[in-house]
Write a protein that binds this ligand. Sequence first.
Ligand SMILES: [Zn+2]
Length: 238
Amino acid sequence: MKILCYHGVSNKKKHPIINSNGKHLKLKTFESQIKFISQKCNAISINQLYLNLKKKIPFKKKTICVTFDDGFKNNFKIAAKVLKKYKVPAIFYLCPDIIDKKEMFWVDKIESSIAFTKIKKIKIFYKKRNLSFNISTVKKKIKTIEILKKICKKIPDKEKDFLINQLILSTKVNPSSKMHDNYKVAFWSEIKKIIKNKLFDIGGHSMRHSIFTNLSLKDVDSDIKKQKNLFIKILQSG
Ligand SMILES: [Zn+2]
């Protein structure tokens, strides 16, 4: 049994800096993978996977479970159509706070402020030091995005927000989801419409994409409880 973790599916032309790590798959690539899964594999839902494990029922050969992290709009506008066409079930893991506030993910804030700036050199204050980055070329921009993402993955949310604010000030670019379709997060209305289809489920991916290993157990517990209550409320509201 294998669990596949997707993030996004894009039908936009390739940009030199945006999506340089390939998090959003090309529509053609995604469709060929899902077609292959529907023809050659045993695609099951996360609920089925859970039941099999609980009842200790062995999985059939080539069992696959499709999952999507983060809740990007393209999951519901593009990927869901492909999944429906080939009848492949999937679960979408969402960040309720990001959806409520129509916010952008912190990784995308880093990417967009560097991708769209005209400034060639930036300074970030981190750990009592001034870090300077030369972002005069595409290659250097991609490298800086990777370095900043790596730093941010290891620090608590407050420090991360502080660092990203400095980045926004030094690049003079205020990140907006209007800058690229890949940055758009789904609305609740779009999510609710899609999950009426029995093929699809939703699950929690933390309130605002915090890295749980950077939080205390108490904070993790409260984050999960908040998500659970919110999802129940949303599902009950139809
Ligand atoms: Zn994620």
